[in-house]
Design a protein around this ligand. Structure first.
Ligand code: S3P
Length: 431
């Protein structure tokens, strides 16, 4: 699908966000092995989370969905059935990695996890190696590094693992596997990725203790001990970030995003934008679904360059494409480093973002672990491609709100993965 985007004179609007993608996945996966019925509202009905629903249904769990309300009828930790076909995770790394962890401890159950070409090209040894250390039997192409992954559920034991990369998907895969083990699991190292799994497990009555960077989970001794958790999924800060950047870089803008998840493991984009001089106001702070939530208003701003690095990176990893766009409009240089994980996302986002920004006339130098953006650019029109990457599609659409010429975007349908209403909202806010 091709979309063309031209710059509107003004941007105004109050935007209620789709549910957070990470929390939507977890709400289905964890409730699928709880005992009882849970209702999840403001569920993100994007392609990734629909893949998760289809997979748990194929594992014999009864799940109903009406628009953004999902009912999950969990039948306990040992209730999953062997699927009769491969489990298709589509474009979703979270579905594949978290399910691999959950299935590793289902004794005797055989399952094959696969996905689209992008997902099949992404590294899996990061979960395969530590899951095997817990006793899991799983393998895949390229010596276990690429999907399709085949899992034969085994009796798992506890243990300790030091996470070498700040990946919430790896951390969550191990915690989900440990639920089915016969001993405690202790995680240390880079446990600083998003903590939604830990919060949800605790709210469901699981014996999980988080002490600074150390996480310890003790599996329940009965299969019916995980309580179902009904919740309203907070708005996705990774989706909100497109509107924050749009408002900050457009000369006449004021946009409010309501009900945004403000979990500190997810608010790095707000910190980076503040450091760049963005005018940001956070109001109406509250708690929803066990997560801090608030409304965020951003107005036209004079941005300046910054350095985005270190512990900030996992807190804004999915927002880096659109933050790089913001940096092209800022005065002075922006340096992004320590972000080598960008190379193994839905696309190699260091290469694809740098190429797209260059096509828009920006001076960008890709590096091994990030990029250097000169800043102060007037972006021009261009023909760009999403390469099937939802966050690239939305980044190029936001570029079209400030570029001097028209942007023609190929592969615009990629937004379906995480933000199906994106094009509708974009049309509404332009005046
Ligand atoms: C996610 C974790 C992050 C993030 C992804 C969603 C999750 O990936 O980029 O979009 O829901 O756990 P990594 O675990 O690979 O860092």
């Amino acid at each position: 699908m091709i979309h063309t985007i031209t710059a509107p004179r003004r941007l105004r609007g109050v935007i209620s966000l789709p549910g957070d993608k990470s929390i939507s996945h977890r709400a289905v996966l964890l409730n699928a092995v709880a005992t009882g019925e849970a209702t999840v509202t403001n569920f993100l009905a994007g392609a990734d989370c629909l893949s998760t629903i289809a997979c748990v249904q194929a594992l014999g769990v009864h799940v109903e969905r009406h628009a953004d309300t999902v009912r999950v009828y969990g039948a306990g930790l040992r209730s999953l059935r062997e699927p009769v076909d491969v489990l298709n995770c589509g474009n979703s790394g979270t579905t594949l990695r978290l399910l691999a962890g959950m299935l590793a401890g289902q004794e005797g159950l055989f399952a094959v996890l696969t996905g689209d070409a992008s997902l099949r090209s992404r590294p899996q040894r990061r979960i395969v190696v530590p899951l095997r250390a817990l006793g899991a039997s799983l393998d895949g192409r390229d010596q276990g590094d690429r999907a399709p992954l085949a899992v034969r559920g085994a009796r798992l034991h506890g243990g300790a693992y030091e996470l070498p990369i700040a990946s919430a998907q790896v951390k969550s895969a191990l915690l989900l596997a440990a639920l089915f083990g016969d001993g405690s699991l202790t995680l240390t190292g880079r446990t600083d990725g998003r903590d939604h799994t830990e919060r949800m497990l605790a709210a469901m009555g699981s014996a999980i203790i988080v002490d600074g960077p150390t996480i310890r989970l003790t599996p329940p001794d009965r299969p019916d001990t995980l309580q179902p958790l009904s919740l309203r999924v907070p708005g996705d800060p990774s989706s909100a970030a497109f509107w924050w950047v749009a408002a900050a870089i457009h000369p006449d803008a004021e946009l409010t995003t309501t009900g945004v998840c403000l979990n500190p493991t997810r608010t790095g984009a707000l910190d980076a934008l503040r450091a760049m001089g963005a005018q940001i106001e956070v109001t109406n702070q509250r708690t929803e679904g066990g997560e801090p939530v608030g409304d965020v208003t951003v107005r036209s701003s004079q941005l300046h360059g910054t350095v985005i690095e270190g512990a900030l990176i996992p807190r804004l990893i999915d927002e880096l494409p659109v933050l790089a766009l913001a940096a092209t409009c800022a005065g002075g240089e922006t340096i992004i480093r320590d972000a080598q994980e960008l190379r193994v996302k839905e696309t190699d986002r260091i290469a694809t973002v740098a190429a797209g920004l260059s096509a828009l006339g920006a001076a960008v130098e890709p590096t091994e672990d990030g990029m250097i953006i000169a800043g102060g650019d007037n972006l021009r029109g261009a023909t760009l491609d999403s390469h099937g990457d939802h966050r690239l599609a939305m980044t190029w659409a936001i570029a079209g709100l400030v570029a001097t010429g028209e942007i023609t975007l190929h592969g615009a349908e990629a937004v379906e993965v995480s933000y199906p209403e994106f094009w509708h909202v974009l049309r509404q806010i332009g005046e």
